[in-house]
Structures are given as C-alpha cells and as structure tokens.
Design a protein around this ligand. Structure first.
Ligand code: PEP
Ligand code: MN
Length: 356
C-alpha cells in the first residue's frame, strides 16, 4: 500500500501517518520525489487490511491511499518514479551515462590484475571487476585468491583510480569485502540467499544483484527488495543470462528484461554478455544489444591472455577486443540517448512517470 501525501503536507502530518502505520505493527518507508512524499506501508501482506486504507485516507495531509498488488514495493516505480542514481567515487550509475565494468573473471595474480586494470582504464572502462571469492560449479576448480585478491583489487584502485566491484559469497565475508571493494556483487547462484541479501542490505556499499539463472523477474525484484528493505537503497540489477533449452550458448541473454525492468523498477540495470553467452565472439554483439535496449551499463570479462585464464577462459575477451568493443559501444550509447532522451519507457506509460 502507498500513501501519497498532499504537496502541502507538513512534517507533522507525515509523522502522523508514519506513527499510525507503526502502531499497526507495519513499517513505513518514505520517499520524497518530485511529486511529493510517498509512504510505502511494508509488512506482512495479510495484515495490511482494507480497514487501514480507510484509516490512513482520513488522516490529515493524505492525498490518496492505494493498494498495490505488486509484491515488490520499495523497488517499484510507483513508489519511486525517478531513476535511482548510484554514486561510486566520482562515477554515477543510472543517470543516463554508460557504465563499463570490466576486468578478469578472477583475480589470479597481482601482475595480471594491474596489467589489465591500467589497459582497461586507458581504453575507457569506468569500473574494475575481478573475483576474489569465486563460486565455482566444481569444488576442484580454482576458488579464487580470497583476501589476497581483495588486496590486489584495492591496490589496482589506488593506482588507476578505478572503483572496484567484486563478489561476496557469504554473510560472514560481507565486512571484509566491503572494507576493500566499492561495489559488492551478489552472484547468480546466491540471488536467493536471503541471509546474504539482508547482510549486504546493512552495509554502506552499493550492491549489484545478478539474476539467478532460473529466476523470474519478479523473484529477482523480490531479492532486491530484501536488500533495499534492510536499509541499502543503492542496488543495481545485472542480467547475466538465464537457462533455457538452448545449448549453443552458456545461457540465454534475456534482453527483454532490460526495458521491462526499467518499466517496473527505478533501479539501474547492467547487462553481462560474458556470462550470458559464454563465448568470446558473442560478447560484442550482445553488449551492443544491451546498450541498444537501454542498459545503464555493461559488465565484461577481460583477460590479458584469455586462453590461459584460470576460470571462464572461453568467454573472456582480450584487451584488444575490449578496445574494439568500446569503440562500438560509445557511439551506440550516444545514438540511443539522442534518439529519445528516454530510450526505454514511453513517457506516456499509464500510471507511471517515465524515465528521466
Ligand atoms: C561473476 O561475475 O564473476 C560470476 C560468477 O557471474 P555469475 O554469478 O553471473 O555466474
Ligand atoms: Mn566468470
């Protein structure tokens, strides 16, 4: 349920609504948008009854009270019509600029990471990626360098100025990963690890939530809802391919998810054509596709010598291929922006304030 306050509502009236909600054992989350204050009533669905709609509608300062059938609330466009813009150092994600997260699948050594980081910065990457804790399908595969890998990432950030993103796999790793990284990544295999989602919801670091390979858009948004409702509003979503009957590619990249998510949620959307396709030569066309359908950013795996990579060798592109990719993406992104200020959601979408 959302309570839309009048534009003339006073602080006291807003507080009055919030305390009434708390008195029902429910939680109010307010958002001050361009159109005024909206208060989401969050809690056990069964208890947010019809009577509360009437009670809240009669309180001073209240314009309307609407029951929302969507299970996700804080991540929905209805609650927060403006796009969420996430700040990471000097960089912003979700404001119409193009974020390029690039780097090796795994941090393998200090030299490998630094060499890649300097080359990527020169080529135009905005964020450095690299796994220190790796979720591997086989327990016998390389599992990552752990904290040593985090230290190399922090050194690469100091030396290149690029913020870093890396995966956190367990709740008890959140503090150490947050100490070194600028953005915490939740991997596809952990999208519904609710204790991990709650743990990253409690730290002051942006989170990138990858889509589980068997997850629906709604399940994905509900996972994001865990993080936001735990107190962290800086969440971005990453489409990295889902599992279908197709076997030529590692996964099937769901490009429809990008405009659909922009319609449903205010959170930024990133695409990862590396894990989605699993094939080096498919990364460029699918990265282009992702930008063309309105992604706020692209994540790609880049390795100085992909054939020698300790993980995901077949999908990592070379530094040279990354330069070529950037040369393609930058003008496409400019065209998408020039074509519409709003590349994705038609401004007249009923009931929704379009993007921008
Ligand atoms: C990764 O980005 O390093 C990764 C393991 O991806 P995913 O969780 O999408 O498989
Ligand atoms: Mn990988």
């Amino acid at each position: 349920m959302f309570v839309v306050m009048r534009s003339t509502a006073t602080e006291e009236e807003i507080l009055g609504v919030k305390s009434r909600i708390l008195a029902e054992g429910l939680t109010p989350f307010s958002h001050e948008g361009q159109a005024g204050t909206v208060i989401a009533v969050v809690g056990d669905g069964g208890r947010v009854g019809r009577h509360l709609v009437d009670v809240l509608a009669r309180l001073p300062g209240v314009e309307t009270v609407t029951e929302i059938s969507r299970p996700f609330k804080l991540t929905s466009r209805e609650f927060h019509p403006e796009d969420t813009v996430i700040r990471v150092g000097d960089h912003t994600i979700g404001d119409g600029s193009l974020t390029i997260m690039a780097g090796p699948c795994a941090v393998e050594s200090r030299d490998q990471l630094l060499e890649t980081a300097f080359a990527l910065r020169e080529a135009g990457a905005t964020i450095l990626r690299g796994g220190a804790f790796k979720p591997r399908t086989s327990p016998y595969s390389f599992q990552g360098l752990g904290v040593e890998g985090l230290r190399y990432l922090a050194e690469a950030r100091e030396r290149t100025g690029l913020p870093v993103i890396t995966e956190v796999m367990e709740p008890n790793q959140v503090d150490v990963v947050a100490e070194y990284a600028d953005i915490l990544q939740i991997g596809a295999r952990n999208m519904q690890n609710y204790s991990l989602l709650t743990a990253v919801g409690r730290v002051a670091r942006p989170v990138m939530l990858k889509r589980g390979f068997g997850s629906t858009i709604e399940e994905w948004l509900m996972a994001a809802e865990y993080i936001v409702s735990a107190g962290n509003p800086n969440v971005m979503l990453c489409e990295r391919g889902i599992r279908t009957f197709e076997t030529y590619t590692r996964n099937t990249m769901d490009l429809t998810a990008v405009p659909l998510l922009h319609h449903l949620t205010h959170l930024p959307v990133i695409v990862d054509p590396s894990h989605a396709t699993g094939k080096r030569w498919l990364v460029k066309p699918l990265a282009i596709g992702g930008v063309a359908v309105g992604a706020d950013g692209v994540m790609v795996e880049v390795h100085p010598n992909p054939d020698e990579a300790l993980s995901d060798a077949e999908q990592q592109i070379t530094i040279e291929q990354f330069r070529d990719l950037m040369a393609a993406l930058v003008p496409i992104h400019e065209q998408v922006r020039a074509f519409h200020g709003d590349p994705v959601v038609p401004a007249a979408t009923a009931g929704l304030a379009g993007r921008h």
